[in-house]
Every structure is written in structure tokens, then in C-alpha cells.
Design a protein around this ligand. Sequence first.
Ligand code: NCD
Ligand code: ZN
Length: 357
Amino acid sequence: MIRLPGLIDSHVHVREPGQTHKEDWDTATQSALAGGVTMLLAMPNTKPPIFDASTLDLALGAAKEKARCDYAQFIGAGPDNAEVAASLADKTAGLKMYLDSTFGELRLDDMSLWMQHFANFPKDMPIVLHSESRTMGAGILFASIHDRPVHIAHISLKEEVLLIKAARERGIKVTCEVCPHHLFLSKDDIPVISHGHPGRGEVRPRLATKEDVEALWQNLDVIDCFATDHAPHTLAEKDSENPPPGFPGVETILPLLLTAVSEGRLTINHVLEKMVANPRRIFHLPEQPETWVEVDENAEYEIKASEMHSRCGWSPFEGWKVRGKVRRVVLRGKTAFEDGKILVEAGYGRNVRESEN
Ligand code: NCD
Ligand code: ZN
């Protein structure tokens, strides 16, 4: 048995408010705890999107009542909320800017809209960009012009990891995350994931080529964080005419990474650096006292969505044999998960942006 600190997942779609048939604060945080994740940062592309004081209250109200692990909530950048978002910054995980199209309504096409957010949002608070390929190049230029940090969500391409590396060598403050599905899957795996339903292979950014995947593994030192982009949609939705993009992931990230550790492709230090130390530093997150994860590093098992806690009911990693099982999770002194069971009540989770007194 090994003992790890509680993991931080900096990219989770909780789906509440508005799409609780996919997931909610209760099921998302149960799934997180079962995966060894004791703190998650929630994305703002809900229904309605989180973009002002009243929508932020909606999300935080639901979280306060239902969350079982600790959390913070991102605010989304819209066409006319730059000042409001900046004024709420210290209540949020940071600002999320959607510069490419994906699931949800938050998208900023015009670069003059980006400028207002870069100028207004407090410089010591993180801005996270959904920006793929050349859009990412533009986002890094904004970081340079405004001399402020940006964090690039879910990079997946060789050209992206190489540009981030080059930008950092010039002193530009850019950090990035990679998702397990972009490390462990390529577009060649789509037929296996799909089982004849092409929608199941849809995710943004799309699964990339083997060469892209290889470039991520070759440049692990450039990758600051592993984050899931846990994006649950039901199977009925994935198999529909108009399938929404996104994979669930918060419950499978640790076993997948530990399997890679057992195969010598990663070290446990990589996991701790990219899921604890770096997200804590980049997003200014507090330490969680008396919090740890007990893992049986030799236990082998098969990934089965039917045993998971997410409401979406499927996994792109169904049937994968993994090595490394979460046995027990202790969160702020209480056993939160043990042998497959969630043991803390809804509402135990704490908003880490709220002071304790
Ligand atoms: C995400 C979702 O479903 O909210 N989908 C996805 O494919 N990653 C949106 C996003 O993160 O872009
Ligand atoms: Zn996302």
C-alpha cells in the first residue's frame, strides 16, 4: 500500500446548474473521491453559463449543498462581462476563456473581446484558455503583451507542446495541462471506443495522431498538470444524431497514470508534481490538512463504467486492465471513501476560495 497526497483535478465539468441528468455536484464529487481526487476546479459552461454574480451564486449554492470533495468554480469570459468577472475574481478558481468552439455557449470570436479580459482580470489570478493549435499561438501572444500568466487547457498536439516550450524559453508565463485521453488514446482508437457509435469518440480537442501522443510523452517536462477535462454526457446523447463532445475521466485518471508508472513510462514523482504541487502553485490553492489517498499499487483490475460513480454511465477506457487501485481516501481528517463506498455526506466539500471563518 502506498500513501499519496489528495490529488487536484483542475478541469472538471460538473454540469450543475442546468444539466443534472448528465452529472451534478453530488455525483461529480463522488466520482472524484473514488478516483483519489480531493479537490476539483469546476468549469463554467453550464446552463446557464457562470458569468456574473447571480450565476456564480447558483453554482456555489448547489456545490455548498451537495459537494463531497473540496472545490472552486471558474467564471466564464463572455462578450460583455470583463469588469464583472474581474470584480468576482477572488471568489473564483480563475477565468476560463473559450477561444475555440466546443460544448456550451461561451465563445469569444473577436480578439478585441479577449483584450478586455486580459486587461481587467487580476494579474495574480489564473486565466485558463481553451485554445487549440493556432488559436493557442494567439493566446500566448496575449500573455506576452499583457505580461501575465495563462494556462492552456488540454493540449493535445505536437505543435502545441513545442510552441509552449519555445514560449517558456523566452520567459512568457505560460503553463499547460494534458488529459489522460490525449496521453493514452489516439485517433486510431476511435473505432474501439465507438462500438459502431461514432459519437462516443467525439471530444474536444479531438483525439490526435500517434505522433502527437508520442510528442506529449517526449515532453513531459513541459507539461505542468495532468487534468481530466471530465466532460460527462449520457450514452443516449453520445449515440444521438448530434453527439456532444466529451469523455468522463475523473475516476480513471489515477489508475491509468499508476499503470504507466508500473510500466516505467512515468514516475510517481511526475504524478505528484502534475496533480498536486503544480496545480496548487498555478491556481493558488490551499493545502488540505490531514488529507491522503491510500493506493494498492499492485492491485490489477478492469475498468468498468458500471462500477463508477459518475451519472453518465460509460467510459472510453471500458475494459482496460489497470494496475493501482484507490482503497481509501481521507479528506480533512475524515475517511471519505473506502473499498468502493463514499463515506462523507453531501455538503462536506469545502469551497477553497471561501475563508474558514
Ligand atoms: C467539454 C464539455 O462537454 O463541456 N467537451 C469536451 O469535449 N472537452 C467542453 C470542453 O472542455 O471543451
Ligand atoms: Zn473542458
